[in-house]
Every structure is written in C-alpha cells, then in structure tokens.
Design a protein around this ligand. Structure first.
Ligand SMILES: Nc1ncnc2c1ncn2[C@@H]1O[C@H](COP(=O)(O)OP(=O)(O)OP(=O)(O)O)[C@@H](O)[C@H]1O
Length: 273
C-alpha cells in the first residue's frame, strides 16, 4: 500500500504562449503510514504536486497511483483527503454537521452510521459534538480549520494531505494542530504536509522531499535533510550541537525548546549522580 508517483510531468497552459512546466519528471513513493514533509521555495511545484495525490490534477506524462489505483479513477478521492491552504474556504454548510457529513453522505452513508462518522471525526480533531448544530462560520478561525479537517477525516482516508496547515495560526492553535497531526499519524494514517516551515514539523516526519523548479532536489530522512541543509538548522539545534561538541552528554537531533529543556535537565541529573 503506497502512493507511487512515477515520472510525473505537468504543465500549466499547455500548448499556449503561457506554457509553464510545473513538475518535471518527478518520481518517489510514500508508504502507507508514513509522515512526509514536502518543502521547497516559492513556485517550486509543491501545491501542483499535492493536487496530483487525489486526482484534482492529472499528470501530462507519467502516473500517480494510490494503493494501486490510478488517480484518474475517482475512487482515489475517498482514500486521499486533501486539506487546502485556507481550509475555511472549503466550508459551505449551514451547520458543522452538514459540512462534516458531506463526504460520507455522498458515498452513501446515512442515519446512525453517518452520525457516528461525524462524531468520530469531530472527536479526532478535539471538537465537541455540541458544535454540530452551529454554523461553521460562527466559530473562530482555528475552529473553522478543525471543522474543515473533520470534514476530510469523516471520509476515513488512508492518506491525509495538508497544504500549509499551520500558516496564519497563533502559537496555541498551531501546537494543538501539530499534536492532532501527531495523534492521527500514531493511529496509522499517512500524513503528507506541504510547508514553507518544515523545520517545526521535522520531529514528526519520516521522509522529507524538497522540490526545486519542479524537480526533486532532495529526498531522505529528516536527519539526512538536516545534514544536507545545515544553514536551515533551528537555533536550538545549533545550541545542542555546541553543547555536545563541548562534551555534554546530550542528543543533538533536538528541534524544540521543550525537548532541549528535557534533554539538558536529564544530562545535568546524570552528571549529579
Ligand atoms: N493556475 C496556474 N496557471 C499557470 N501557472 C501556474 C498556475 N499555478 C501555478 N503555476 C506556476 O507553476 C509553478 C509551480 O507552482 P506551485 O503553486 O505548484 O508552486 P508552490 O511551490 O506550491 O508555490 P508556493 O510556495 O507559492 O505555494 C509556478 O511557477 C507557478 O507560477
């Protein structure tokens, strides 16, 4: 079970004077259950690639398959959930229930089964069932984003694809979204995140893919990525590297202040023993 991208090329405005090659012979695989980060500079093709995962865009050459199903087959849409960059724009229902139930009800779910899917999806994103009857537009920006995410999760996708999920969120909403993604991943869902700020997501990731001008510039583990791109190391990681070089028994693959605090506290406790 995997998403297989094979020799994919995609061109906007093909055959016109505005022709723009956005993906150029891209190949890689994402295994079921993997947490994958996709980064790259502005205009490198990240959003174009992401729209290929559920068939919103189709390659002009090459193929994308999800668990063996070509994305030209609409069946993949129930396997791959896509949360766009401004997910609030995905909302349309008069009530949260209408929004979250839309996908499964289109696929034939109804009655108690549908109610359960909505309830489970709201639970997964940490929203109370009590919001079901409210208008999604009466909620805060962070909650609207969670309703949109619940709407994607109610389809019980194998792969969850998110475009810049933390952009514009305040620190509290950002960390609660990251912890939701961590939990979803632990439950077995593959998470694929496109982000300009991949560093904050590195602790969760198993694979990093960096695009450059529509081609793959890097593919590997977060550790390999950090080794290959030392200038993008967060300051806290640099500090841990310096402590380690100075002889302290601390790990240097630390990316957050909280983890650094724990690591340094443990190291000091060991020295005191
Ligand atoms: N609808 C479109 N019509 C024409 N060209 C487009 C269209 N969408 C994207 N492009 C071009 O295709 C290339 C890849 O764009 P894409 O949006 O996939 O990049 P990106 O890495 O997601 O950028 P960003 O970081 O700004 O979101 C860019 O050169 C962009 O200008």
């Amino acid at each position: 079970m995997s998403i297989d991208v094979k020799k994919v090329s995609f061109c906007y405005n093909r055959g016109t004077s505005l022709q723009k090659l956005a993906l150029d012979n891209v190949s890689f695989s994402i295994n079921k259950g993997e947490f994958v980060l996709i980064g790259g500079e502005v205009g490198s093709g990240k959003s174009t690639l992401l729209r290929h995962f559920n068939g919103l865009l189709r390659p002009h050459s090459g193929s994308v398959t999800v668990s063996g199903i070509n994305t030209r087959d609409r069946k993949v849409r129930s396997k791959v959930g896509l949360l766009m960059q401004y997910p609030q724009k995905q909302l349309f229902g008069k009530t949260v229930y209408e929004d979250v139930s839309f996908g499964p009800s289109n696929f034939g779910s109804k009655g108690e089964e549908l109610d359960k899917k909505v309830k489970d999806a709201l639970n997964l994103v940490g929203l109370s069932e009590n919001v079901s009857g409210l208008s999604p537009f009466s909620l805060s920006g962070g909650q609207m984003r969670l309703v949109a995410l619940a709407g994607v999760l109610s389809m019980e996708p194998d792969y969850l694809v998110l475009d810049e999920p933390t952009s514009g969120l305040d620190p509290d909403n950002r960390s609660s979204l990251l912890s939701i993604l961590g939990k979803l991943h632990s439950s077995g869902i593959s998470i694929i995140v496109v982000s300009h700020q991949i560093v904050e997501l590195l602790p969760f990731a198993e694979k990093v893919i960096i695009l450059k001008k529509g081609s793959i510039d890097f593919i590997g583990t977060p550790k390999e990525y950090l080794r290959s791109a030392p200038t993008s190391l967060p300051e806290i990681t640099c500090l841990m590297k310096e402590l380690r070089a100075a002889g302290f028994n601390v790990r240097d693959d630390i990316y957050s202040v909280d983890d650094a605090f724990l690591e340094i506290t443990n190291s000091l406790a060991e020295m005191g023993d």
